[in-house]
Write a protein that binds this ligand. Structure first.
Ligand SMILES: [Zn+2]
Length: 908
């Protein structure tokens, strides 16, 4: 029952429940801004939506309705623009608010920021002239995590206050000296998913008990977008439409300050900048210093209201893919704000206090205004700092140890092109060399891509392209100290994200600038492929090993074209084709194959060669038993508990949106009894919610899956789903999860005498002298079960080129390692370890790894395959689809699906 929360029905409610009256009256009395005088011409939230701020969690469509009502009431001071559409068709908007005078020249203000952004075109004296009359842009973004609800309602209140407040000098300054841009709902699909589940669970009154259904979301929860991405990790990889739109508009406006408003656990208080260490070393010193200014203003307001907060703990600025990081690299001061979540309309905190939704909305509202106030008060400084940031970046790029990155033409040119397009989309200038050249002692062919670092985006180039971005030494020393004391480390996210490593692109760094004739590279991620060859075509060959080739295969099968593939490399007409190359015969395929191939190479970006004879001079012929036929596999993925929403959603995204292959999501519980014979592939994503697969599937489900594999199914386990596949009692795979390697000094409790079941004994341990601190430390160190979890590092794995799962795959892969899972290799009579981590001294590609994990991971499997009846079980011991940003792992993953099902032998 929802109506009682509407203030208009308060009288009716009095008759129903005294408790509800208390709640509602508390709401009415709640003061958002003491002594505010509001212009009645500006519609309140209640006038438009029927409830006052904080009384309901506002749906995305209602938030839009409210901003449109504001725009109608004050069109000369506010504009509403659309910048993207979510997967589920919801509009993403941004709202621009400023004085009448500023709004009348808003295009000139944007143009002014563009001029300040390029000190190569705009001299210091021109910049000073622009800055005199240039308002600074404050960017406030809300609700990137859909279940962190208060910020969107705070966005509405902020806009209302800026437009309706009369006689507040602070507001007048904000409107005069800044342009405030509000992005009220960064993740509308996630927000509405949360509200839907919340409202389903509501009863007579808001329940403040944290164990009540309304405070506990069902899988997958509202944090993520439709494909279950954490949009607050997606910024530099830009896989999702919400992010792509934001990256575009931010570079139109170049705000000098940027806030990403979040929520955290209910028992905390409020967090704002300055941020915790480690800072990314490529941030400029004045960006760190300016955070203090925002922190101080926020603190002053929190003191006025008597509110608790904290700074400099937990939330760091190291990973560049956060909303609070990415804008830093064009020169903004970007920050995270975190409010303790009410998780609904009210929550009882551990100290007994009931925190209302209105309270949480109010706090984000206060810091939103305080942020705009700080920007206004420091307008000139921040604009000068912005110009300096871009100018000093160019200067640094002229004297840095790395002055250019060079990407030579390579086998997977599609990956090179995608990497370049991604960089250009984010404001980095990339040139394609018009002719061959030499640099740093190497010769480079025409067509090589060059990124000179002497440009405004220099710091971002280094952040994304460097092999390693180091954390501060002090921070690492502290983490090692904590780990030695069995305390949790404070590393918040991955410690490695080098784009060339993740995309497996060769990128040379050079200490010299490359001065050549370049053609500027555009933002396109996929280039049209080439169809070459002529004469009487008997077959088309598509070299394997690139994402476009895999897309072509999927789309060809979906068009009903028959495709086969060689598991081994071969030579035809003097050209060497890699293992996995597709062979599409004219015979047996539709008459319009030629035009289909033309279209497919164009749209997928794959290259194909038309050949007029089948004669192979080395390697298997087209009719060899080393050549397999593809059948378009029907792919299913386990969905819902116990899967990690990220792993399930991101994997589905990779298969569907990067490779165009539809995936059927099946709730894990339905795998217990369902007839799976229509499916050729079933993927078990990593576990992240509730119990494991063993508990959800039970004996019956496991037997169902075993029967299906035996009849020809391909079962693929990702990341810690291998705990189930490798469980000795399940035994889909003959690998086993490893315990930590025990060092002698730590196996200290070996003398413990444990009583047998039912036996009562006086349990004693052997006495000992603890003669020094080391002995004491050893005596309190527990024997470890598992290796310590790793926050996220890139390590190298070598691929077995003789197995079909490795066909066309690069010989060496970079794998993101997270968590504590390490597995024993397969014995060679059980199956094949197709990708194996390198020796300890060559293992680490990038990031910070614990010494024990580095030693223990060496020679352990990344990808294993084991035949079972007519099918296969394939294990990826780390999830290859994390954030959909490990492009270098795409081919081995798609091999598992496409080649796995081609090699299985079900009855067809
Ligand atoms: Zn968040």
């Amino acid at each position: 029952m929802l109506l009682p929360f509407r203030r208009t029905l308060v009288t009716l409610v009095i008759l129903i429940s005294a408790l509800v009256v208390t709640q509602t009256q508390a709401q009415d009395d709640f003061v958002f801004w003491p002594d505010a005088d509001y212009d009645p011409a500006i519609p309140t939230i209640e006038e438009v939506l029927g409830y006052s701020s904080g009384e309901r969690v506002t749906w995305h469509r209602n938030a839009i309705r409210y901003f449109e009502a504001l725009a109608k009431a004050a069109p000369e001071r506010i504009s509403v623009s659309r910048y993207a559409e979510s997967w589920e068709g919801r509009e993403l908007i941004y709202v621009v608010i400023s004085s009448v005078e500023n709004m009348a020249r808003i295009d000139a203000i944007k143009a002014g920021m563009q001029k300040l952004a390029d000190p190569r075109e705009t001299s210091l004296s021109e910049a000073r002239e622009i800055i005199k009359n240039q308002p600074a842009v404050t960017w406030l973004s809300y609700g990137v995590h859909g279940n962190e609800i208060s910020s969107t309602d705070a966005a509405m209140l902020t806009a209302y206050h800026l437009l309706a407040s009369r006689g507040d000098p602070r507001v007048a300054d904000i409107m005069k000296d800044t342009v405030v841009v509000i992005d009220p709902v960064q993740n509308p699909d996630g927000r509405d998913r949360f509200i839907h589940q919340y409202e389903i669970a509501e009863g007579l009154q808001p329940d403040s008990d944290g164990i009540s259904a309304e405070h506990n979301e069902q899988w997958p929860g509202g944090r993520t977008n439709h494909y279950l991405f954490d949009l607050n990790r997606d910024w530099f990889i830009m896989t999702q439409p919400e992010t792509i739109g934001r990256v575009r508009i931010l570079q139109e406006w170049y705000p000098v300050s940027f806030v990403d408003a979040h929520e955290m656990g209910s028992n905390s208080s409020y967090y704002f900048a300055p941020e915790a260490i480690p800072f990314n070393p490529h941030l400029a010193a004045d960006q760190r210093a300016s955070m203090e200014l925002f922190g101080e203003t926020n603190a002053r307001w929190f003191d006025t209201y008597g509110l608790d907060y904290f700074t400099r703990e937990v939330f760091d600025a190291f990973y560049p893919g956060y909303g609070s990081s990415w804008p830093s690299y064009f020169g903004s001061i970007s920050m995270t704000y975190e409010q303790a979540s009410a998780g609904g309309l009210a929550i009882r905190q551990s100290n007994g206090n009931v925190m209302t939704y209105a309270f949480t909305v109010r706090n984000h509202f206060i810091t939103s205004l305080a942020t705009a106030e700080t920007t206004a008060a420091n307008r000139e400084k921040f604009l000068n700092d912005f110009y300096d940031y871009r100018a000093s970046a160019i200067e640094e790029g002229k004297s840095d140890s790395i002055r250019s990155y060079i990407l030579p033409p390579q086998a997977d040119q599609a990956a090179v092109n995608k990497l370049a397009g991604l960089l250009v989309s984010q404001g980095i200038e990339v040139g394609r060399a018009d002719r061959s050249f030499t640099a740093c002692g190497n010769s480079y062919a025409a067509g090589s891509l060059v990124i000179n670092t002497a440009q405004p985006a220099k710091r971002f180039i280094r952040t994304l392209m460097d092999v390693n971005v180091p954390m501060e030494d002090d921070f690492i020393t502290e983490q090692e100290r904590r780990r030695a004391k069995n305390m949790r480390d404070e590393i918040y996210d991955v410690t490695a994200w080098s784009l060339p490593l993740m995309m497996n692109v060769k990128a040379d760094s050079c200490s010299r600038r490359v001065d050549e004739s370049f053609t500027a590279v555009g933002t396109e991620l996929v280039m049209a492929g080439k169809l070459s060859g002529d004469g009487e075509t008997i077959a088309y060959l598509v070299p394997w090993g690139t994402a476009p080739a895999a897309r072509l295969l999927v789309n060809a099968m979906r068009k009903g074209i028959s495709v086969k593939s060689s598991d081994m490399a071969f030579t035809h007409s003097g050209t060497r084709y890699p293992a996995g190359t597709l062979i599409i015969n004219t015979a047996g395929n539709p008459d319009d194959l030629a035009s289909s191939m033309n279209e497919l190479t164009n749209t997928t970006g794959a290259n194909a060669v038309a050949v007029d004879n089948s004669w192979v001079t080395d390697g298997p012929n087209f009719g060899s038993f080393n050549v397999v036929h593809f059948n378009q596999p029907k792919v299913a993925i386990a969905w819902d508990i116990p899967t990690s929403p990220y792993s399930a959603g991101n994997t589905r995204y990779v298969i569907e949106r990067q490779f165009d292959l539809p995936v059927t999501a099946i709730r894990t519980f339905d795998l217990v009894n369902s007839d799976l014979s229509r499916y050729q592939v079933l993927i078990l994503p990593s576990v992240g919610y509730g119990p494991g697969y063993k508990d959800i599937l039970g004996k019956k489900g496991t037997a169902n899956l075993k029967g299906w594999v035996a009849r020809g199914g391909v079962l693929i386990g990702l990341g810690n789903a291998n705990r189930y596949l490798a469980d000795p009692n399940i035994d889909f795979l003959a690998i086993r999860r490893e315990n930590a390697v025990l060092e002698d000094s730590k196996a200290s409790n070996a003398d413990d005498k444990k009583p047998k079941k039912g036996e009562t004994v006086d349990v004693t341990v052997k006495g000992s002298y603890l003669e020094d601190n080391a002995a004491y430390q050893s005596s309190i160190t527990p024997a470890k079960d598992r290796p310590d979890p790793v926050a996220g590092v890139l390590v190298k794995a070598d691929v077995d080129p003789d197995h079909w799962l490795g066909a066309g795959v690069a010989p060496s892969l970079n794998v993101l390692i997270r968590g504590s899972d390490i597995y024993t290799p397969l014995k060679s009579d059980k199956g094949v370890n197709v990708a194996v981590f390198r020796a300890a001294d060559e293992l680490l590609a990038s990031g910070y790894i614990w010494e024990q994990n580095r030693k223990q991971l060496a020679y352990k499997p990344f990808v294993v395959v084991q035949a079972s009846g007519k099918g296969f079980v394939i294990g990826f011991t780390q999830d290859p689809n994390v954030r959909a940003y490990l492009d270098g792992l795409n081919i081995i993953f798609m091999n598992a699906i496409l080649r796995g099902s081609a090699h299985a032998r079900p009855l067809r």
